[in-house]
Design a protein around this ligand. Sequence first.
Ligand code: NAI
Ligand code: MG
Length: 350
Amino acid sequence: KMHKIAVIGGDGIGPEVIEESIRIVDAAGKKHGAQFDWQRLPWSSENYKKTGHMVPPGGWELLQQHDAIFFGAVGSPDVPETVTVHGLLLPMRRKFDQYVNLRPAYLYEGVPSPLKDKAPGSIDFLVFRENTEGEYAPIGGRIYEGMDADTAVQVSLFTRRGCDRILRAAFEAARKRKKILTSITKSNALTYGLGLWDDVANAVAKDYPDVKLRHLLVDAAAMDFVRKPETFDVVVASNLFGDILTDLSAMVTGSVGLASSANINPEKKFPSMFEPVHGSAPDIAGKGIANPLAAVLSSALMLDHLREESCAAAIRQAVAQVLKEGKTMPPDLGGKSKTREVADAVLAAL
Ligand code: NAI
Ligand code: MG
């Protein structure tokens, strides 16, 4: 089957890791009977400086004609985040109602974790981050701009519908795994929004009597992600907390260079988007040393979504083999291999 994929490499290391992933997906597809039609879109900070658009006119409609979006990262030191992150990434998640941000945490064999006593596979959980509202709702403003005391208002938005659908997605995933769901909030302090979240969690739990629901406050969760990450199975959290905690889970499983993510519209009314958790990493951009595996593992999540499960499994297997052998490790995992060499090793393992 031919899948139409929109590709936005974006800024910094985004295009570097995305192009390597495309080579790998094409190779897996060749073996497993899947074909991909990649439409590369040059939307980036550089393009913005030339055209004045982060997304050109008609851009959203163009994206909508694709089966999925494969995304690198945006963000550049010389273009405001209000243009890049707020002009492309965050509106995409909302416009295409990609309310599930799935971020797996898995400790691969051969990967050094800062938690030295953890066995490979002992850290193995899924984070379901709410992706369309919460603390990242674009509501608020700066008032008294220019006067002595600037004032800013930033409003979090929690709706019953928004909480219900992310919680249900997490419960469904937990049901297929070890049946333990941890809901992470700060509802002791943020009693309105996250109080509603807790109420909805307890209500939805009644439809999943086979799943054990645990409530955990985000500060305690930060400790437990380090102290006993093996106790998590499926985790569900609001937009901000899910964002922060998944950088932490990336580090305890080795590196943000391995952390993959999917931004899913489960109803498939709109295209879903697949991207590494990391950003454009301006500090290492252009050096050819970025770890491509976060993007490669994100492409495997895309293949799952496109029902090309055997391609996805082959890619994960190849990545696991490269990490286990440990001969071609990028700098963030303690090695000296370049982006291209790591991708070549995955291709060879395929
Ligand atoms: P970052 O994730 O780009 O980098 C954080 C640190 O991790 C840096 O030291 C970087 O070198 C390292 N790193 C990241 N990815 C790596 C990889 N694949 N291999 C090896 N090392 C890697 O986060 P930062 O520096 O906070 O943000 C840089 C820009 O990216 C900002 O403009 C930010 O807004 C944007 N950003 C964009 C995201 C997106 O488009 N999804 C997500 C996160 C940040
Ligand atoms: Mg983040």
